[in-house]
Design a protein around this ligand. Structure first.
Ligand SMILES: *Cc1c(COP(=O)(O)O)cnc(C)c1O
Length: 231
């Protein structure tokens, strides 16, 4: 990552995003507290994360376990109350590292990964809260369980593996309106009795909230443009 990243006023951007979250929640007849804002800090320089922490942001998302492992343990030591979400793909053989680092893993999408997490959880006696990623757009190249295979995966995770599944997550196709995808995700979650609906990013988080998202994952609107991915 370049250390010549341009200065960004994260405090001001964060305040503006919070204002927009509150307004969208109000439009949906909900309280601002009913929406969790996850600040997605992948590819961002450390000083921008520190600005967000100074602005009382405590819930963060990262995409790459290795990048997250390089900075969050030290940040956690200095700042209590941080909640770290993995929002990027997870390889089954990295379950051990992810389980140690993250409070929430949003990208469980296949039995093999669920089994690897369950095995590690049993070994260590601790397990992050989990969301199941659903491929609501049916895109061949995208991660996520197909909507019609969701029931089976939830059943495996909850009943047979005893994993703490709290909700569902989706990354809708970029070209699509986020509304119908969020509604589908919310309906699937409600049918399973799951409270968390994670959908919406910088470009569309307000619409996602209006259509039922409980958690929005916002990166560039808070932190500015990312450095290009290094790996
Ligand atoms: C990068 C990323 C985000 C945030 O994207 P922005 O457009 O910068 O808000 C949210 N969710 C996931 C899964 C991501 O990979």
């Amino acid at each position: 990552m370049t250390d010549r990243a341009p200065q960004v006023d994260v405090a001001a951007r964060l305040a503006e995003v919070r204002r927009r979250v509150a307004r969208a929640a109000a439009e949906a007849g909900r309280t601002p507290q009913s929406v969790t804002l996850i600040a997605v800090s992948k590819g961002q320089p450390l000083d921008r994360i520190e600005q967000a922490l100074a602005g009382e942001q405590r819930v963060f998302g990262e995409n790459y376990a290795q990048e997250a492992a390089g900075r969050w343990p030290a940040l956690r030591e200095r700042t209590p109350g941080i909640e770290l979400h993995l929002v990027g793909a997870l390889q089954s053989n990295k379950a051990r590292d992810a389980l140690r680092l993250f409070d929430v893993i949003q990208t469980v999408d296949r039995p093999r990964l669920a089994e690897a997490l369950a095995q590690e959880a049993q070994r260590t006696g601790r397990c992050p809260r989990l969301l199941i990623q659903v491929n609501t757009g049916g895109e061949a190249q995208k991660a996520g369980v197909a909507p019609d295979a969701l029931d089976g995966l939830v059943e495996l995770c909850r009943n047979r593996l005893g994993l703490p599944v709290e909700g569902l997550m989706a990354i809708p196709p970029e070209a699509d309106d986020v509304g119908p995808h969020t509604e589908l995700l919310a309906a699937l979650a409600a049918r399973q009795g799951l409270a968390v609906v994670s959908c919406g990013m910088s470009a569309d988080f307000e619409a996602a909230i209006r259509h039922g998202a409980s958690h929005v994952r916002v990166g560039s609107a808070i932190f500015g443009a990312r450095a290009r991915r290094q790996t």
